[in-house]
Design a protein around this ligand. Structure first.
Ligand code: AMP
Length: 277
């Protein structure tokens, strides 16, 4: 497994790379959720194709400097996971190599990013789209795997591919969860044991609420369960249309109940599909 630490090194490695190239973009601190994405990439690339994992904590998608600073970094363990799951190469660039000081072009999505994480994290999805487009260009990938855990991100990336005519197939992977239902996340390791034990209520709240018959009951139920804990603060809790991600008052089409919850400074997201009434 090769490691490229700069755009120039990546270019060299890719000169002799077989096709298809399947990319798994990550910010590192890899867990079994990421490993499953690498496995799916391996399956998709086949025995002759190349699986490439990028590990880059992208500064321009963080709206809070403290969140960027405290983002877990576990490179040695990450490389072991990449190797064990059959990655052919890992791209670990520096922010200085990725971004020019005087860069002046950013990719902006203007519809799907209006609500949910886009509303409470200004500029976040501009940063995501910009780095993902750069990674697609740098790796010349044929396909890329993204987790459904970040469903707004997945929808926005698909929209970017459609609207900008990118020749990259987007492959989704379902959310991997801990035994108690908490969605796996690199941020979970920043929780205290008390917060970690409490955090299973997020999934419980969404699951129980999604069974209620009306949007208002769904929202009230989820809010009650989450706010029963003194350790949490809701960032947002909303029902949106599954396709256009706009808030919906009546569930006439497949919809998503989504939330972001703070445990101290640690922000966790999760969502569940609400079946059409
Ligand atoms: P991150 O490193 O958090 O930026 O995530 C990199 C990729 O892994 C994204 O496509 C995420 O959606 C995906 N991912 C993160 N956590 C999970 C999970 N629990 N299950 C499935 N995919 C995940």
């Amino acid at each position: 497994m090769w490691i490229a630490r700069s755009k120039a090194e990546l270019e060299q490695q890719l000169a002799t790379s077989p096709r298809p190239v399947v990319l798994v973009p990550t910010m590192g601190a890899l867990h079994p959720g990421h490993a499953a994405l690498i496995d799916l990439a391996r399956k998709h690339a086949g025995p002759d194709g190349a699986v490439l994992v990028s590990i880059f904590v992208n500064p321009i998608q963080f709206d809070k400097p403290a969140d960027l600073e405290k983002y877990p970094r576990t490179e040695d363990a990450d490389l072991i996971i990449c190797r064990n799951h059959g990655a052919d190469g890992v791209f670990i660039p520096d922010a200085e190599d990725m971004y020019f000081d005087n860069r002046s072009i950013t990719v902006t999505e203007t519809h799907l990013s209006k609500h949910l994480c886009g509303a409470t994290r200004p500029g976040h999805f501009d940063g995501v789209c910009t780095v993902v487009l750069k990674l697609f260009n740098l790796t010349h990938c044929d396909a890329a795997v993204f987790g459904e855990k970040d469903f707004q991100q997945l929808a926005i990336i698909r929209r970017m591919v459609r609207d900008l005519d990118l020749r990259v197939q987007i492959i989704p992977h379902p959310t991997l969860r801990e035994a108690d239902g908490l969605a796996m996340s690199s941020r979970n390791r920043r929780l205290t044991p008390e917060q970690r034990a409490d955090a299973s209520r997020i999934r419980e709240a969404l699951t129980l609420a999604a069974q209620k018959p009306s949007p208002s009951e769904i929202l009230v139920t989820a809010r009650e369960i989450i706010e029963a804990s003194k350790l949490t603060k809701i960032d947002y809790l909303a029902i949106v249309d599954e396709e256009n991600l706009q808030p919906t008052e009546q569930i006439t089409r497949p919809s998503i109940l989504a939330c972001a919850v703070f445990y101290g400074e640690v922000r966790l997201i999760d969502h569940i599909r609400i079946p059409k009434a």
